[in-house]
Write a protein that binds this ligand. Structure first.
Ligand code: HEM
Length: 181
């Protein structure tokens, strides 16, 4: 069987596309709740559209991951390998939950949420203060956990690249050059 040393093009594209979208949404999400309602409705139109795109891309990514074998792990300490497996699995869970909680919130808030001006989430349910609150807390808490995970993940990748000087980061880079084993 072929021994892959790199992630394939689809895995790399999905990884970086989702990473850019999630980081953008995390950064731009701060301060959203304090905006005046007209402005918030406008901003959330784009926010919810991009978030819905993340959910769609994660479904494709999950399907790709289940049907395509990733490269063998790079040689590293057993504890590092364990932590990286946990972090990667947590990413799948949190990045899927984030837009799901967002959609829950969008369904119940008392202003209109129409993703990209096309998907009218507000039409799916009657607004409810308590339900909106539950999803608001879930969406905000999950966002904080996601930020911490992004920092841990990026820190780990940079440590591998600059300190251990191995191929962990390079094999996920768009034009990363990895020597054949
Ligand atoms: C990976 C995708 C997403 C990320 C990273 C993200 C991130 C965030 C963050 C950081 C906030 C501010 C939270 C706070 O401080 O309370 C926020 C607010 C919000 N998000 Fe998302 N979000 C995502 C997807 C979605 C989706 C798909 C929707 C709806 C369809 C959505 C709807 C909302 C709404 C309505 C608010 C504002 C709530 C308010 O204060 O009225 N989000 N989001």
């Amino acid at each position: 069987m072929e021994n892959k040393v790199q992630y394939d093009g689809i895995a790399k594209t999905l990884h970086w596309l989702i990473a850019v979208l999630v980081i953008l949404l995390l950064l731009a999400g701060g301060g959203l709740e304090d905006l005046p309602v007209e402005e918030k409705t406008q901003v959330v139109m784009g926010h919810s559209g991009l978030g819905t795109l993340v959910l769609l891309l994660m479904m494709i990514r999950l399907a790709w991951r289940f049907t395509h074998r990733p490269p063998q792990p790079v040689a590293m300490a057993a504890w590092q390998l364990k932590v990286s497996v946990i972090v990667h699995r947590l990413f799948y869970v949190l990045v899927i939950l984030q837009p799901v909680f967002g959609i829950g919130q969008a369904m119940f808030v008392d202003y209109s949420v129409v993703a990209f001006g096309v998907i009218d989430y507000s039409a799916l349910a009657i607004s409810s203060e308590s339900m909106a609150k539950i999803f608001h807390v879930a969406h905000g808490t999950n966002a904080t956990l996601l930020m911490l995970l992004v920092l841990l993940h990026a820190g780990g990748a940079l440590a591998h690249h600059f300190y251990h000087k191995d191929m962990v980061l390079r094999r996920m880079l768009p034009y990363g050059r990895v020597p054949k084993e």
